[in-house]
Design a protein around this ligand. Structure first.
Ligand code: TEU
Length: 571
């Protein structure tokens, strides 16, 4: 497929549960999304990505799916979904679905059958294993491997009825599907074709680089490395980028995407390397259009998970620069600061205090959107929404925060305060507080009681205020998105990192034919001068965009200022 329309596109992620509630039950829904389509069209985004909206016990907010071919009743039904899809298409926006097939819910019919008996034909659709040799099944330490689950506790759940364990890399209500079994793969592909036939425009594929596991000759999985002080081992060597991953993705492409045009596929791949990403996104190999890598959102994470590390800008630039260079001639990058798993970027890498929130939110947007790749905007990012002022653990709802908290306190000797400090800054619920539409008591999100508290700062930070203010983050994001649509150098230009050792300024150029752009963002509250070659000539170049007036003199940027200059060069 040579049709790479998505190089010029911007994707907007909707977390439906927290976007807009149309019926007052405190939970966002599809009708709520329909009601706000004009907000998205006005922003100018090209594609909507919906986090999972399928029937689900909601153990992990819908990433635990109990029926892949229907809509969660809390969110609506297939008729409302079709209306949403038509509404998006009518406004020139595509819509992609979240595909969560590393695991299903334990309430999915497939798993109910699989767990019913050892000799059931679907037994092998999941990862069932006996207790560790010589151990009493069901006792501590008898799990088939020593792996921990991402959400705390072991990655194995003992099943009394059949006396075996099943694997769940995430919650115990998210059993891993066995992709070794061709029937599983065929069932998944048939389901994907069903959605494409319905009119959806592609998929964001949840932890898709975990579907292939390393299996021993005898069918066993192997222990992982246990680090000091940890209750469980990290088994990721056995399931990140496993031996059959490329084969499975190519088969999926053949079975699902071949012969269809205008689609977008993005694989979420925690721990993926640049070298692997080149293979995954090489168009000749027919795997996925782009991947979500994690290096740049793990940059402020040290060896100790419960110790906050401040951002080191040089490290962030080294990472993103490596990804830009690595996928320059082949493949394609996705670009994101935020999603439903990450804290709000203005609080994380910017300054969310009243003085610099707007400037730093715009600066971060500028730097990201001017990279080569497809930018993703997460709901509320276009308003500069911030982290939530969480107090104690009772304020959190996320299964990851709650599970990791229990494990750290009960099994790893951590103090509540030490863990809470990290959860407040990095916890996923920061991204999941309701979308702030207006300054009314529940921010216009719901007329009922929201499932997760609305951020009290919605009185100042909300869509109504932003839309009315021409200097808002919203209108600035509109310009960024428009610039990608109108300036080919933004989408297609080469990328060159400048000032790699500067701890305050993020600077780079983009070049296509006779057009060259210079982009600089000041990641500090101090003025800073960009000491680049050619500074004199750039100072007099056309200023395409800045987030703070007045324009810099002599490339000296004000606090959190960002600039985009353009000049003509010889080819
Ligand atoms: O997330 C995958 C993932 O790696 C997360 O564990 C993430 O790194 C971590 O939560 C950051 O704190 C995907 C989904 O995006 C996430 O919402 C799901 O919980 C998870 O898969 C399981 O489906």
């Amino acid at each position: 497929m040579t049709d790479s329309w998505w190089k010029k596109a911007v994707v907007y992620q909707i977390y439906p549960r927290s976007f807009a509630d149309s019926d007052g039950d405190g939970m966002g829904d599809l009708r709520g999304v329909i009601d706000h389509l004009d907000h998205l069209a006005e922003l100018g985004v090209d594609v909507l990505w919906l986090s999972p909206i399928y029937p689900s016990p909601q153990d992990d907010n819908g990433y635990d799916i109990s029926d892949y071919q229907d809509i969660e009743p809390l969110f609506g039904n297939l008729a409302v979904f079709d209306e949403l899809l038509a509404g998006a298409h009518a406004r020139g926006m595509k819509l992609i679905m979240d595909l969560v097939v590393n695991h299903s819910s334990d309430e999915h019919q497939w798993f109910l059958e699989s767990r019913s008996a050892k000799d059931h034909p679907k037994r092998d659709w999941y990862w069932w294993r006996p207790a560790r040799a010589g151990m009493e099944p069901g006792t501590p330490g008898a799990e088939p491997t020593n792996w921990g689950s991402v959400f705390g506790g072991p990655a194995w759940e003992f099943d009394e009825k059949t006396g075996e364990y099943y694997l769940h890399l995430f919650s115990r209500k998210q059993p891993d599907l066995n992709w070794e079994n061709p029937e599983v793969r065929e069932a998944v592909y048939a389901m994907m074709r069903w959605w494409l036939d319905r009119g959806v425009d592609g998929f964001r594929m949840d932890v898709i680089n975990m579907i292939s596991k390393v299996i021993g000759e005898d069918g066993s999985l192997r222990d992982g490395r246990l680090s000091a002080g940890a209750a469980y081992a990290d088994g990721s060597d056995s399931f990140i980028g496993g031996p059959r991953l490329h084969e499975f993705l190519q088969e999926m492409h053949r079975e699902v995407f071949e012969g269809r045009e205008g689609l977008l596929t993005v694989g979420e791949m925690p721990g993926v390397t640049v070298e692997e990403a080149r293979l995954h996104t090489d168009p000749e190999r027919h795997e996925v259009d782009m991947v979500f890598q994690f290096d740049h959102v793990w940059v402020d994470r040290g060896p100790d998970p419960w110790l906050l590390q401040p951002l080191q800008l040089t490290a962030l630039k080294a990472i993103l620069g490596r990804w830009q260079a690595g996928l320059a001639d082949l493949g394609w990058n996705s670009l994101y600061w935020n999603n439903h798993d990450q804290p709000r970027v203005v609080s994380r890498y910017g300054d969310d205090g009243p003085q610099y929130r707007v400037a730093s939110a715009k600066m971060l947007g500028t730097v990201l959107h001017l990279h080569r790749g497809t930018p993703y905007v997460y709901q509320g990012e276009e308003l500069g929404m911030t982290n939530y002022p969480f107090g104690g653990i009772e304020d959190f709802r996320d299964i990851e925060a709650l599970g990791q908290y229990r494990q750290a306190l009960d099994l790893e000797g951590r103090s509540a305060e030490e863990v809470l400090t990290v959860l407040r800054a990095r916890g996923r619920d920061n991204a999941r507080t309701p979308m702030q539409w207006d300054d009314s008591p529940q921010a216009g999100f719901t007329t009922g009681t929201p499932w997760l508290a609305v951020n009290p700062n919605h009185r100042e930070i909300n869509a109504a205020a932003d839309r009315a203010d021409p200097d808002s983050v919203f209108h600035y994001y509109r310009k960024l998105i428009e610039l990608r649509h109108t300036e080919p150098a933004v989408a297609e230009g080469d990328f060159t990192m400048l000032l790699p050792h500067d701890e305050r300024l993020y600077a780079f150029t983009r070049r296509l034919g006779t057009t060259e752009l210079l982009v600089i963002g000041n990641f500090s509250g101090e003025p800073a001068r960009a000491e680049i070659e050619d500074a004199g000539s750039w100072s007099s170049a056309e200023l395409v965009l800045t987030n703070v007036e007045p324009a810099p003199v002599d490339l000296t940027l004000g606090p959190w200022q960002a600039v985009v200059y353009r000049r003509a060069v010889r080819p």
